[in-house]
Design a protein around this ligand. Sequence first.
Ligand code: G3P
Length: 217
Amino acid sequence: MIINFKAYSEAEGARALEIAKLCEQISEENGVKISVCPPMVELSAVAKAVKIPVLSQNVDPHAPGSSTGWVTPSMVRSAGAVGTLINHTEHKVSIDTIEECLELSKGCELVTVVCADTVQAAVKIAHHCPDFIAVEPPDLIGGDISVTSANPQIVESTVESVKSVNGAVSVLCGAGVKTGMDVKTALDLGADGVLLASGVIKAKDQRATLQDLVKYL
Ligand code: G3P
């Protein structure tokens, strides 16, 4: 399970650390793998504070050197993160940029989670061998209906199509995932895990929400 903090105000500054530590507690108490994607500016602080995997929300296709304002895979690795999202639907890039980011990220031994908004996009990305592909229909992101209920077919089709291209790629799904039943359904549909954000970050009781999310795992 990957919790994307996005740019939510609820996850700014010290609150990013608090949420990451809560995710670590729930992960340890339940023996469930939870990874976190804090805001870029909190990456190093969060990576130093928790033992669970910390991922960057994005990387740019740049190697170390004379460039300004970019976030290189090398920086992300040096900050203590172990992986990165690439091509999130809220930060989309071209397939060429995806390929460049994958190559540079692999060179820094970062785990790569490439997001796809359709089955077709997922298949194209699978040829470039990311570690994970996360399929998320943009229209369901941030909503109250889970992709596993609103569009289970996209999850099943993405799993089947990606595995037919490259069996080594693990498939996640996301968008509207809010409950333990959503997570269970995702796994029943063949996904290896879920990617979610608002269900946790904007929850009134983040602990109770996390406890519910892992209860069928
Ligand atoms: O990165 C996961 C995100 O796009 C899903 O958002 O709020 O629907 O869980 P949300």
